[in-house]
Design a protein. Sequence first.
Length: 516
Amino acid sequence: MTSPDDAAIGTTTPDFLRGGGEMGDIIRAHDWAASPLGPPRTWPAALKMAVRLVLSTGHPMFLWWGPDLIQFYNDAYRRSIGPERHPAAIGQRGRDCWEEIWPIIGPQIEQVMAGGEPTWNENALVPITRNGRLEDVYWTYSYGPVHDEGAPNGVGGVLVVCTETTETVLAEQKRADLVKRWRRLFDQAPSFMCITGGPDHVFEFVNDAHVALFASQDWIDRPIREAFSDVADQGFHDVFDRVYATGERVVLEAAPVRFRPARGARETVRYLDYVCAPITGDDGEVIGIFCQGVDITARREAEHHLRLMINELNHRVKNSLATVQAIAAQTLHGDGVPARVREALTERLIALARAHDVLTDEKWAGASLREIAGQAAAPHLSSDHQDRFVIEGPAVNLPPRSAIAVALALHELATNAAKYGALSVLEGRVRIKWTASLEAGGDVRLHMTWRESGGPPVNAPATRGFGSRLIERGLAAELRGRVRIDYPATGVVCTADAVIAAESPTDWAAEADLTF
């Protein structure tokens, strides 16, 4: 069957030039009679066969022929050549066409034309001028001989089978640059990181921090059980197995690890916080593990040392309070000192010690207001009178200084109530109640009330004693607020409006009553 293009030029077109799309039209229209090759019907059989091959394939091909390296190419190659050369490159001499890259391709062409070995280049950079500028273009190509018995060295031309790989190479370079950038970031990270692949957990990557900690510079391409055999009996290999099998990450905190940090070194124990997370492929299957962590042996030894110091400090403070109590008891033991003075001082020291115990139990992070109030109530309760105190309010944590001030104030109020007020009779009751609200800036506004009822009628004292001054002045100063004591006939009422600093932890979730 004759194509429309062939019909248009009639029967003068040689069979080997038929077809070939756009480039077939251009080659047929070219004035070959005026070229060194002469009319197509006079071409040697080897050239006719080579041109026919170039035009009949969908793969990019280029042909140089004869001593002048006259050029042919097909539609597939035309997409890479650029407007500067197309279609002028057809029938042009090779050196004239490719002057800017001749130092690269010229020696390869000469090698083939001289009867030498064909060439092969993969993803080779061969810059060419196209689209108005010199572009970096990458090619995978081979130069092979077209044999012609009548030509020098038996080679009539050079057939180029090529593929432009610029997009592929640039994408790979971009990916490699990205990997390099991430590796640089990982290497600069303060935490240790590693990546393993496959069910045997073969190391594919370790960062600088990992190498510094584990001396893992030679672990790459080795399975974990071989590379890190020191921890074989410590369960860490099992952690990797579990993550790979289940696809669920594992987090460990302060995990002790025994290993030798270098060949011949003594075994050491380090405490690590780390996480092992699965790496999944496109189908969701686990293909590897990413592990990242930090060595907390030092941010842990320091904590242990601090704990020892705090324990020692607490012990010394307790001993100091006990010593003060003993000194006070001996100093005030004389006949000239009233018993009530000795009792008041001793009880105040005991209240201070109890508040200190609460702070010690909470590691001096603060003290529960509910617990402080409970301590003030405890000495005045008995098995038959567990309802003498009602304590209600949300859970509030007081800073250390505020906790001691509140404890001493509640002690003074309870002591006075036991001597003169509601706690001096069996029918008397005390209610300690507080509310709390969050203010702008994160501070907490605390409103607390001590209210007595059921006791003897109350008369306001003519003068303020130590206890009243301690409550109204000392407590107000410590709580950054106002404290007031009123003496209605029905019972003493003490109110405090205070501000608790934002850094003190407060739990607003629980609101419960506690009745003694």
